[in-house]
Write a protein that binds this ligand. Sequence first.
Ligand code: NAD
Length: 510
Amino acid sequence: MTNTIDDTSIRHTPADLPSKIQHYIGGKFVDSIDGDTFDVLDPVSNEVYLQAAAGKISDIDRAVEAAQKAFKDGPWPRMLPRERSRILHRIADIVESRDARLAELESFDSGLPITQALGQARRAAENFRFFADLIVAQADDTYKVPGRQINYVNRTPIGVAGLITPWNTPFMLESWKLGPALATGNTVVLKPAEFTPLSASLWAGIFEEAGLPEGVFNLVNGLGEDAGDALVKHPDVPLISFTGESSTGQLIFGNAAPYLKGLSMELGGKSPVIVFADADLEAAVDATIFGVFSLNGERCTAGSRILVERSIYDEFVERYAAQAKRVKVGYPHDPATEVGALVHPEHYDKVMSYIEIGKTEARLVAGGGRAEGFDQGNFVTPTVFADVSPDARIFQEEIFGPVVAITPFDTDDEALELANGVKYGLAAYVWTNDLKRSHNFAQAIDAGMVWLNSNNVRDLRTPFGGVKASGLGHEGGYRSIDFYTQQQAVHITLGEVHNPTFGKADSAKH
Ligand code: NAD
């Protein structure tokens, strides 16, 4: 049977959807100064379901002014870490208590499967809880130079942090920046992705309820080239934390350069999975299926290139293709759905064009186009290409959808060359039971994060970030605290003043 969007038994629209989304500036919901709005579509029907305020330079100016006022005159930067921590824990409690509603809205707006959106909502709460705990446990360095000096670090918040986020897991990624930026006492202006502004509009209510002082959190919706660009170029925003495409990161890097801003860049990826012949094949197949098809394949750390040792290659490809064909594409709200709808028709077109390119470059062994039974919306079948050569575009370029490239290798050296032979370096996954090889191989990979015999399971204390075109700087644990704070070194002399005297009176000759 062919599903159509009029079939209300399968298509779900959340109750009480807003019809418009405003900015949130200085504790108030406001329209854009010029009244402009942009359309927001739902990915199942691609119909416009709401209008969001389209922020421009003047709206960013207003938001930065409010954030600056809260930073200069408000209580937030001056509160004890424990006091801020209490509010952050309350935020986590509220997010947790509304996880079902958050997931419902996120899934509707982004096309993410509901079960995975629920997991992301819980992760968002955990991000707040983690930084709430960390800021209280935070210790700073003090150094003693015996008999001469004590030196200590005076850590302070920096000011107004500009946070710019993508659409793939909107609410969770916003929390990954909001948590540490707020925990450390900064005030913020958030510019969420224009494809998915719905869940971001909930932060204001959550923060008000948790007791965050007015002006500490500000939200400006809008297009990247307008609102995002204005935030990057605002002279009173000393920090930009950005997650998005590498090409956007490059642009932002250039635009922020004249202001010498602090930048944290979490960018694109084309992460390799290396499966050696001695690996636990069943676990490796399960992990690599999940690794590229979860979150609709719209995952920065997706293992989208699978390199398989030649002796198990044919068996791996066969098992992988068979399992990929069983992955359930469905409506985002259906708990049985494993791959939902891609976020937006523009992104759907991009992913589909890569699938067509792949058909000319490699052997298609599963999927290969629009999911059967879905006439409308952005539904793509999990797609698997085998025998992909390393110079193929589907091997080199980030597709950011449910599409994977499988390539054989003969030796460890060849596997390493293939793994490192792309411009990206975000994550890597290695499957082998050889202890020595796993560590040596992992350490030789150009990637910010490596998992051995594991899927992407995060420990929030570890550094998160990429190398090469995948990013600049690391967040995670204390590294996030470092990014969002100034560390002033204060030096105290205990002994005699170390003072080589220039121009001594008794040496002066008149
Ligand atoms: P994108 O770069 O198109 O947009 C990201 C954000 O930047 C959006 O809010 C957008 O409005 C804004 N923006 C666009 N142009 C701008 C400009 N000139 N100045 C300022 N802001 C601007 O990325 P996307 O398509 O939303 O997200 C997908 C990308 O994000 C993928 O490449 C993915 O790998 C990457 N990503 C990386 C991570 C990570 O942690 N490394 C996590 C998630 C997603």
